[in-house]
Design a protein around this ligand. Structure first.
Ligand SMILES: [Zn+2]
Length: 498
């Protein structure tokens, strides 16, 4: 049976019990990308948050139907296409492919439906037709306008006052400054479709009303998107959908906070401060980005800096270290008895491992508190890493860490973290960080071989010098009983690299 949870609803400005329309089922619609360029790490936050949310609900036995759209008809797309002498829908389609590559590289689940505006023109006409018929929209000079004052509840999501509003849509025949375009009259040099009101193209907001209801019915369980979309986009979606269908459009409105740069700036192409997803993924594993986003509250602004990903990678490495240490422990017997014999570090691991599931679910079921859930995992990982220093841990610690290994598996299933074989993780880190630091694996191996030779010859000065040189360039050398091992440091010697 699906587990109950609570979620913050922007509409009521409070955390509410989630009540589905159909028991066990959740329909989620999330506003997707306007596709005219590559996506950056600010976009990735929204994608990762809703991916983790959907993944978690499925982990909790909810039957989730997940829809995220593509805006492939839009002013910015048309402008870019004209610059490049390309067909706008074709250009958008190209960037949808690029977006899919980025999302796959981030390890995200594909939504069940990914509708595109250019393929939903008939659905959009249907909604506009209803609005015209019901007197919520009017036609003027080939443009169809939404008459904002015909919808009494306008402003209920964002708290905006109609009298102070002016929509950016400007063309002839608009009756009220707040009215916005549902269908824009065709202009020379722009892509257009035939319609009952003449040739043109959809306004921005109407697509989500049409696509959401097409796949999820008149009322969505949860509508998601970035906080920057609350007004005007989501306010207008409500006005359109509720006036057309006479039903509440979405029962819960879930908004993720934005990535902020130094000084509180938003990340944006027009601001020239973007880091594209593919660039970040060339230097860091996708899981480091995932951890960076999820260790913070999804609703809060998230500060970005050059240290963000190196720090997240360092934290991720400690989680993998704990799992690796736990997996290496053997022995059998009654865990409580062994913990008593081995002392406090053992009993801490046992207790935290056994408590983990309740803490993990408890945090996530209360407004999707990923930071709390991940915090519990860190507490457990620290305890495991401390216990691993116990001289009998490797031989006898197996029963002590068994609940911890179960906990790490839960983290993988519920949030998509720590799910890969440890060796695969280290191999990826090695390749990407060496490249990011401009180092060459063969050269590192060569220096290590030289250092081993120096040690064999008891030339300690030479051996230490080589070690210092390696560490100075970001290579951590570990002399272990089974031989020399090395890793690339997560944070570069001269602090940030990203
Ligand atoms: Zn939307």
């Amino acid at each position: 049976m699906a587990a109950s949870f609570r979620i913050y609803n922007t509409l009521s400005r409070s955390v509410e019990d989630f009540v589905p329309q159909v028991p066990g089922k959740v329909g989620i619609y999330v506003c997707g990308m306007t596709v005219y360029d590559r996506s950056h790490v600010g976009h990735a936050r929204a994608m990762v948050v809703f991916d983790a949310f959907v993944r978690y609900l499925r982990h909790r036995s909810w039957d989730v139907l997940f829809v995220r759209n593509f805006t492939d008809v839009d002013d910015k797309i048309i402008r870019r296409a004209n610059e490049l002498g390309e067909d706008p829908v074709g250009l958008a389609s190209r960037f949808i492919d690029v977006f899919h590559e980025d999302m796959d590289a981030l390890g995200l689940v594909r939504p069940d439906h990914e509708p595109r505006v250019s393929r939903c023109i008939d659905d959009i006409h249907d909604v506009i037709g209803k609005l015209v018929d019901k007197g919520h929209a009017y036609v003027s000079e080939g443009t169809v306008w939404y008459a904002v004052r015909t919808f009494d509840e306008y402003g209920k999501l964002s708290g905006q006052n109609i009298d102070e509003l002016r929509s950016p849509d400007e063309a002839g025949g608009k009756r009220d400054p707040a009215d916005f375009a549902l269908w824009k009259c065709a202009r020379p040099g722009e892509v257009s479709w035939e319609s009952p009101w003449g040739p043109g193209r959809p306004g921005w907001h109407i697509e989500c009303s049409a696509m959401g209801c097409k796949h999820l019915g008149a009322t969505l369980d949860i509508h998601g998107g970035g906080l920057d979309l609350v007004f005007p986009h989501h306010e207008n979606e409500i006005a359109q959908s509720e006036a057309a269908n006479g039903a509440q459009f979405a029962n819960y409105w879930m908004h993720n906070g934005l990535l902020t740069m130094a000084g509180g700036q938003k990340m944006g192409k027009s601001l020239g401060n973007v880091i594209n997803i593919d660039v970040a993924l060339a230097e860091f594993p996708a899981e480091a980005l995932r951890l960076y986003y999820l260790q913070n509250k999804y609703r809060s602004p998230l500060p970005w800096s050059g240290d963000a990903l190196p720090e997240a990678l360092g934290m991720l490495s400690r989680l993998y270290d704990a799992r690796e240490a736990a997996e290496a422990m053997g022995g059998e017997g009654d865990a409580d008895r062994i913990a008593k014999e081995m002392g406090k570090t053992a009993s801490d691991v046992l207790r935290l491992g056994r408590d983990f599931e309740a803490r993990f679910h408890g945090a996530l079921d209360e407004d999707f508190n990923t930071g709390g859930a991940i915090g519990a995992a860190f507490e457990l990982a620290r305890a495991v890493n401390r216990f691993a220093d116990h001289k009998k841990a490797r031989k006898r610690g197996g029963p002590i860490v068994a609940p911890a290994l179960g906990a790490f598996a839960l983290l993988a299933d519920g949030l998509g973290l720590l799910g890969r074989p440890v060796s695969e993780f280290h191999a990826e880190v090695k390749v990407k960080r060496l490249k990011a630091l401009g180092l060459d694996e063969a050269a590192v191996e060569g220096m290590l071989a030289e250092r081993s030779a120096a040690r064999a010859a008891k030339d300690w000065a030479r051996s230490d010098a080589l070690r210092d040189e390696l560490e100075g360039s970001g290579i951590i050398v570990m002399d272990k009983p089974e031989g020399v091992q090395w890793r690339v440091r997560c944070v570069a010697p001269d602090s940030a690299t990203a």
